[in-house]
Ligand binder design. Structure first.
Ligand SMILES: Cc1cc2nc3c(=O)[nH]c(=O)nc-3n(C[C@H](O)[C@H](O)[C@H](O)COP(=O)(O)O)c2cc1C
Length: 450
């Protein structure tokens, strides 16, 4: 597949001090970044200078999925500013970049989520996106009055209905419903207000939403979840998929798989952008890039390495030799597609537990690339042109320095190749991503009936 002259999409995957497990220990990162709003502002502004399509934030409603103090006390990602609050605040200090925030269908209610995201779209002038997750971390359940995490298939059944309610609520008001006619005293046209009246398996939601239709019509719907159920939901509903593909072959297979499922929902493959995570270490020369990478790897204490693996695989590794092999993950009972991915990686490459945690301490199973700007642009171009990605969620090892490197070194190389914009052509996230603004379903029905 050759994409001709199209341009790739860029997301900046936020993480307080950076993506590396011990980024906070690096002298060039901010150790307190998770509670330092100014530090997030700095990152957002650098990403906007690099003309990124969006900032992307992951989230989970728990400090950690493991509570082994020895490992946990070394982790920087256990406590930080709640990302929706963060995105809403960043909306005020940025002008173009999209703001995509993760929120869980397992622990939230559709009405309040629809209301929040429509509001983010309004305050940001059409830059909001919702990353729909069903939540992999089982300990989040204990924070929501539950004794156990809902089974994965059931989570996806709930997620499907959840997405249907949210998108229905976003169409509560037609674009021109609010006439605000001072003369007649009529504020809105009741014929253009629509009550959802949803009664389903999981939710009963009357509506309408008490937020007007937002600039993008609907915030962009992003999805992260790579199991069969996850891919099916993405094919049916998502406009961006955040993927984790450790090799280009897996990237291509995932891409073809998700896009191949769209036709049965009457959707065009171009209506969904696949954006895998890319953990990028870049420097002017290969030797400098490798030295940068090694400096971080040397800061990993085995306790924190082990805690990362336990968190990601759900395996109980107590009593295992870190220089021995990883026990197998049973795909039937894996906590997530990521657990299977890591276990496959260890088996395929014959990695010990220590080698595996060192290997994923930065990218956590996402594609991990280290080298010169030219080399990195070559690889991105290959992924883009051969059907493995429509764009990338960039994961800098440390922040803000790693992002600055990417913007100063890789972005000009991508622009030189015509693969990245040289100015923002539009103002909304949909315009950046080349996604259509969805028509209000009620307005469409009325037009069709005329
Ligand atoms: C690339 C990727 C990113 C994810 N990000 C999050 C996240 O930020 N928060 C969360 O609770 N779950 C996240 N998930 C988990 C999924 O929402 C899902 O609940 C879990 O992985 C199980 O589904 P799966 O097997 O379909 O991946 C992510 C999954 C993937 C594949």
């Amino acid at each position: 597949m050759d994409r001709g002259k199209g341009q790739l999409k860029l997301g900046m995957f936020l993480r307080p001090a950076g993506h590396h497990l011990v980024a906070w220990r690096h002298p060039q990162s901010h150790a307190d970044a998770g509670v330092n709003f100014r530090s997030f502002v700095e990152v957002a502004r650098i990403a906007e200078r690099g003309l990124f399509d969006m900032l992307f934030s992951a989230d989970s409603a728990t400090a950690s999925s493991v509570f082994d103090e020895n490992g946990l006390r070394r982790m920087h990602y256990v406590a930080w500013i709640e990302p929706f609050t963060l995105m809403a605040s960043l909306a005020a200090v940025t002008t173009h970049i999209g703001l995509v925030c993760t929120a869980s269908t397992t622990f939230e209610e559709p009405f309040s989520l629809a209301r929040r995201f429509a509001s983010l779209d309004l305050v940001s002038g059409g830059r909001a996106g919702w990353n729909l997750v069903t939540s992999g971390n089982h300990t989040a359940a204990f924070n929501f009055s539950r004794d156990e995490h809902m089974a994965k298939h059931d989570r996806y059944l709930r997620a499907r209905e959840f997405a249907e309610v949210v998108t229905g609520l976003w169409d509560s008001w037609e674009d021109d419903a609010f006439i605000r006619d001072r003369e007649s005293g009529i504020f809105f046209d009741p014929a253009k207000m629509h009550t959802l009246g949803h009664r389903g398996e999981h939710f009963k939601v009357m509506g309408p939403l008490n937020v007007a239709r937002s600039p993008q019509g609907r915030p962009v719907l992003v999805q992260a979840g790579a199991s069969d159920d996850g891919k099916e939901l993405a094919a049916e509903t998502a406009e961006v998929v955040f993927a984790a593909s450790p090799t280009i072959e897996e990237g291509r297979a995932f891409y073809a798989d998700v896009k191949g499922r769209m036709a049965k929902y009457g959707r065009d493959p171009d209506d969904l952008k696949v954006m895998p995570g890319f953990y990028v270490t870049v420097a002017p020369t290969q030797a400098e890039a490798q030295a940068k990478r090694a400096a971080l790897q040397d800061l990993i204490h085995p306790e924190v390495g082990l805690a990362l693996l336990v968190q990601r695989t759900g395996l109980d590794l107590s009593g295992y030799d870190v220089d021995g092999p990883l026990p197998d993950v049973d795909p039937e009972h894996a906590i997530s597609s990521r657990a299977t991915l890591l276990s496959d990686m260890a088996r395929r490459e014959g990695l010990t537990i220590r080698q595996l945690y060192t290997r994923i301490a930065g990218g956590r199973g996402h594609y991990d690339i280290c080298g010169t700007p030219h080399y990195i642009a070559d690889v991105m171009e290959e992924w883009f042109r051969t059907g493995a990605a429509d764009g990338f969620n960039i994961m800098p090892p440390i922040l803000p320095a790693g992002l600055e490197d990417f913007v100063d070194l890789v972005v000009p190389e991508l622009q030189r190749r015509g693969l990245h914009r040289t100015c923002y052509e539009g103002t909304t996230l949909r315009e950046h991503l080349g996604l259509r603004r969805p028509e209000n379903i009620h307005a469409r029905a009325r037009k069709a009936a005329q």
